[in-house]
Structures are given as C-alpha cells and as structure tokens.
Unconditional design. Structure first.
Length: 169
C-alpha cells in the first residue's frame, strides 16, 4: 500500500482540491435525501465546488486555520479545511463561549478511503488547533453519510445538535 503525506495546501494544489471537493459533492448527491425537494437546493457543480474552496480559503485567511492535503505518489487524494470559528452571533442552540476549530470540509477520494488518510488529516488539524490554543473541534456531516459519521465518532466527535430542514415549495 502506498504511503501518504499530509502537508499544507499550496497554490499549485487549487485545481486538484477543487476536483476533490467536486467528487465529494457528487458523492453527496446520491445520499438521502437525494431527489427530495430539500436536495434540489444543493448545487453539485464544479463551479459550486470552486466557490466553496474559495470561501474556505477566505475564511482561513481572515479567521485563521489551514487547508491540509493528503498526497500519494505526487497525487492529491484528500484534503481537509478548518478555520477558527468564534460563533459570534451564531444561530446554534448552544452559543459557544470560546472559539472552536471548525472543520469545513474533509474529502478522501474513493480509491483511497479506509486507509487512515481521513484520520491523519483530522489528527493534523487537531494538532494545529491545539498549537493555537483552541480547545475543541467542530464538524458537520450528513446523517446519511454513515462512513463519515463512523470516522468522526471513532475520532472522538459526538453529536450535540441536529439541523433539520423542511422544503416549503
């Protein structure tokens, strides 16, 4: 099995990270509630993936955080983006009293899942957050993405809030 390297994002990685984000979006497109009125509101295009990565990089630049990539034999096979979220003015049930490191995106390409890459990306993000004095990590996940839910629970995340949606059209 090839070994992987986790390293900081570099500008030359941008298109490959967008491709990974797009792959993740297309994977999510087929998870429940696929085909429901709620799912119609999600944009699974490459342009939407590009916009999401641009937004993540902007948050990282303004709030602090990092975009990490996983590389195997010179090819990017995963990424994780996180930023410092002070939750000021947040609409969450339990407003945060102190900043947390929010994991905005994690993706490991299908051909490289279940090899410890997602766990390694999370561990690197956790170490970076600890170095900055951040005491907690936060993450969001579709409840129908069982593999990701298991990974995050095994890593030590626990659910405290469930966002629910209802289509009005």
């Amino acid at each position: 099995m090839p070994t992987y390297t986790i390293r900081p994002f570099e500008p030359r990685d941008r298109e490959a990270v967008i491709d990974l984000k797009w792959e993740m979006s297309r994977f999510h497109e087929h998870l429940p509630p696929s085909g429901t009125p709620i799912d119609r509101d999600y944009d699974h295009s490459r342009d939407a993936a590009r916009a999401a990565i641009t937004r993540d990089l902007s948050y990282i630049e303004t709030k602090g955080g990092a975009l990490l990539v996983a590389e195997v034999d010179g090819r990017l096979v995963g990424y994780l983006s996180w930023y410092i979220d002070d939750r000021a003015g947040s609409a969450t049930i339990f407003p945060e009293r102190r900043p947390l490191a929010y994991v905005a995106g994690v993706c490991v390409t299908a051909s490289h899942r279940s090899r410890g890459i997602g766990t390694a990306l999370l561990a690197h993000a956790e170490a970076q957050a600890r170095e900055r004095g951040i005491a907690r990590l936060g993450i969001g996940v579709r409840t129908s993405n069982g593999g990701a839910v298991r990974l995050y629970e095994e890593f030590g995340f626990c659910g405290i809030e469930l966002r629910m949606f209802k289509a009005l059209d």
